[in-house]
Design a protein. Structure first.
Length: 102
């Protein structure tokens, strides 16, 4: 198992993943950080947990749009869109669990 440090919303998180999955996890972490920054710009006084929940909601919204066929993954090959959607859903679940613990 590999250990990856992700900086999301100004906080460091150490996440374990399978060997070789590190670049993918770093990319997903960057995506989550983008959404946290979006959440922070909308709700300035939000706690870190609230920012993570907002980021998870933004990602879940994108996932829902993708599943409905109206999201940014429309241009992807169907197989890749399914993989992206599954990974976004798993990441949103992990973020929600982290936010509950914070």
């Amino acid at each position: 198992m590999a250990d990856v440090r992700l900086r999301i919303g100004g906080q460091d998180y150490h996440i374990s993943c399978r060997d070789g999955d590190e670049p993918n996890l770093v990319a997903l972490g960057a995506l989550v950080d983008e959404r946290v920054q979006q959440a922070r710009s909308v709700v300035r006084n939000a706690t870190v947990a609230e920012q993570l929940v907002m980021a998870a909601i933004l990602l879940a919204d994108e996932l829902q749009e993708t599943r409905a066929g109206s999201g940014p993954a429309d241009a992807l090959a169907p197989e890749l869109a399914e993989v992206v959607a599954a990974r976004l859903e798993a990441l949103a679940d992990k973020l929600e669990n982290l936010a509950r613990r914070a």
